[in-house]
Design a protein around this ligand. Structure first.
Ligand SMILES: [Zn+2]
Length: 154
């Protein structure tokens, strides 16, 4: 949970007097008292889980959707020797990584990069599949270079 600074003196230790959910569910209203100057104030805190906002390429934003991430990874791994456990683990790791960041906003491209990093280590074919869709390669040359690089390493 983000630290709540006292709006009067800037002190970071505050006590919650009472806490209740608003109609909107995602937001909790908290009555707080500053431990230093004893002034009281109200905060509206978003639930941690809905904090992550994803900016898409088309300029729209949407809440981070774990299901979507999972679907994308699963598709890339179709008919590849990648077990359900492994897929689940990748999704977990990516989500954790995203939530650990200081900012609550992320671009879909950044998520794509994380997925590619994971897939690259797990299954090369799945990685190429995902990368070809996700990056929408600026030009074919990029894609071929990528492919060539991977084949050469074998
Ligand atoms: Zn204060």
């Amino acid at each position: 949970m983000k630290q709540m600074k006292c709006p009067y003196c800037g002190h970071t230790e505050t006590s919650v007097l009472d806490s209740r959910d608003t109609e909107d569910f995602e937001i909790t209203r908290r009555r707080r008292e500053c431990d230093k100057c004893r002034k009281r104030f109200t905060t509206y805190e978003r639930v941690e889980m809905v904090h992550l906002l994803v900016h898409k390429k088309d300029g729209k934003s949407q809440q981070f959707d774990r299901k979507k991430l999972e679907t994308g990874i699963r598709k890339a791994c179709e008919k590849r020797p990648v077990g359900e456990d492994k897929i689940e683990q990748m999704v977990d790791e990516i989500e954790r990584e995203l939530r650990r960041r200081k900012t609550t906003e992320v671009s879909s491209a950044e998520i794509g990069e994380l997925v590619m990093k994971k897939l690259k280590a797990v299954d090369k074919v799945a990685y190429i599949r995902f990368a070809s869709v996700y990056r929408e390669f600026a030009d074919v040359e990029d894609f071929e270079k990528e492919l060539h690089g991977l084949l050469k390493k074998k």
